[in-house]
Design a protein around this ligand. Structure first.
Ligand SMILES: Cc1cc2nc3c(=O)[nH]c(=O)nc-3n(C[C@H](O)[C@H](O)[C@H](O)COP(=O)(O)O)c2cc1C
Length: 239
């Protein structure tokens, strides 16, 4: 289970002293969520799922948030979290009122990451098999759209989903289209697995708010053919 800590910028030495170190990307954020997780199987996915839940809550309260996986000083944050030997800080999140004007550094980072651009449906969502784009998702359209517009590390949008149907049971199988260089750029952290957790959170939040019940379930055998760089993670099973 990930554990989270709220770091209040006004009262914490880490920020007051500049030790959380966001290199000018985030300014005057009143609060950071700083967190640690054991780096075992599904640890990064859980972490992405849990921290994105906080981001969605913040958005509902009219606040902005920004994931920081690369541009913060990980070693000083890790020291201040008093980590257990098997714990790691994969990313942190700033929360605050969104600035009206972007700083030069922020604008430059966003251009480099291709922020705001999102891949079209045809590259992300598939019908039964990976070579058939999903054209009509019916009532699930908004849940898939919530995945598509989500944030991802370096805006790689590595989520892929395949819908299958058996009788009246629909399933959506979630895969990572791994960019190996991106996923292993930070030693010990599989940053794209955070993106998978984010996608799961967005899909679930949208589906449940639309009254479409279901549950994420990792299947032993997924009924879809796939090959590297795709990796299977979990399936949304309707009931
Ligand atoms: C796991 C993760 C790590 C991220 N790390 C950083 C980061 O270190 N620095 C940064 O400026 N943005 C970071 N971002 C933000 C992404 O660059 C941003 O979500 C993406 O470019 C899409 O931007 P948009 O949602 O504003 O369109 C991260 C996002 C995620 C999901």
């Amino acid at each position: 289970m990930p554990r989270f800590r709220i770091v209040d910028s006004s009262s914490h030495a880490e920020i007051a002293s500049g030790r959380i170190g966001t290199y000018g990307i985030i300014r005057n954020a009143p609060c950071f969520i700083v967190d640690a997780v054991k780096s075992g199987s599904y640890g990064f996915v859980d972490y992405g799922y849990a921290l994105e839940g906080i981001a969605l809550w913040a958005a509902g309260a009219g606040l902005g948030s920004c994931w920081l996986g690369g541009t913060f000083n990980r070693s000083s944050v890790s020291t201040s979290m008093s980590l257990a030997p098997d714990e790691i800080v994969p990313a942190i999140m700033s929360i605050g009122e969104p600035a009206e004007r972007r700083t030069f550094i922020d604008a430059t980072m966003r251009i480099l990451a291709g922020s705001r651009n999102r891949k079209p449906w045809s590259e992300l969502f598939f019908d039964n098999q990976f070579d058939i784009p999903l054209v009509d998702a019916g009532p699930w359209t908004r849940a898939l759209e919530a995945v598509r517009i989500g944030p991802s590390a370096s805006n790689k949008q590595p989520w892929r989903m395949v819908r299958t149907a058996s009788g009246n049971k629909i399933a959506f199988h979630l895969f990572l289209h791994e960019d190996r260089a991106n996923n292993t750029a930070i030693s010990g952290i599989r940053i794209q697995e955070l993106d998978i957790g984010i996608a799961m959170r967005h899909f679930e939040a949208a589906a449940l708010s639309l009254g479409l019940p279901g549950k994420w379930t990792p299947l032993e055998t997924v009924p879809v053919d796939y090959k590297e760089p795709l990796q299977y993670f979990s399936s949304w099973i309707t009931y």
